[in-house]
Design a protein around this ligand. Sequence first.
Ligand code: ASP
Length: 350
Amino acid sequence: MKKIFALLMILTILPLSEAVAQKATFPTLKQLQSPQSPRLGFIIHGGAGVITKGSLTPEKEKEFRDKLSEAVLAGYKTLQAGKSSIDAVEMAIRILEDSPLFNAGKGAVFTNDGKNELDASIMFGKTQAAGAVAGLRRVKNPITLARAVMEKSDHVMMIGDGAEKFATEQKIELVDPKYFWTQHRWDALQKILKEEANKKKVGRLTKDEPANRFGTVGAVALDQDGNLAAGTSTGGMTNKKYGRVGDAPIIGAGTYANNETCAVSATGWGEFFIRLSVARDICAQMEYRALPIQNAADTVIKQKLQKLGGDGGVIAMDRFGNMGVSFNSEGMYRAYINIKGEPVIEIYGN
Ligand code: ASP
């Protein structure tokens, strides 16, 4: 009798302990919920790449820190004023687009034929509405046009002349293409062209060329209604071939937002981010595997992207305001608002 009882006990406990073990490995999204009620969250990036300590002069580093601080505070104040995550994302990205420091808007890099071609996208997590623009040459703030495509057109993506025609209709500011000319970006192109001419390089984009990129900008936000949003804006990569489009305006690659999982903005070698659907994959890691946001971001950046040979990073946020930051490059300009509501600026890796 005792033996039968013991056997019955074992049979009952076994499946139970199995279930507990399973739960321990794969917590449900509900289990991952932070105890606190939804809070505001805001984080931005200003590009990833070969950014090492000592590679910036103290003056340059201060310029970057000041501008990142201005942008992250402006976005956060927008949220504090009760505005939407989309408003905050657009607000911060416009500030970075207007600065020559970043590879977006005013500071955009040059194509192989000496032009500036800008890409951007934005997505709202509540409705999964999205807007994207690519190959722009005259739009001062591409993120604003991306938002207009999302809110005022029947489409998700518009490119080139057509997108600029739409910008005119929407009364979005156009500038002479000369507005985007900056000495440092021009010099970076000349350097690469010279190396190509000397046959030192075969004309392919390489990750070990620091001047190739840096400074794509992006933001993710969580507003008081619990809605996530993400946006990204870039000039692409120096010496990109005319007409090349990177990951920044590709929904699911450079930008993604879904209230059920997370919001992501990426920066890095765009071709790899497109091939891996990086932004969407991070959200999928949360959705299908119930990974916490930081693990989800690391899985995609430090494992999958690394394995494929790409480099770059992401900022991400889940619907409870938990942040994820991951990059496999030496550094990534980034800024966020901490739990006390203060801006924190970081540039280098650990
Ligand atoms: N992802 C951008 C692109 O490939 C460049 C960057 O983020 O640095 O266009």
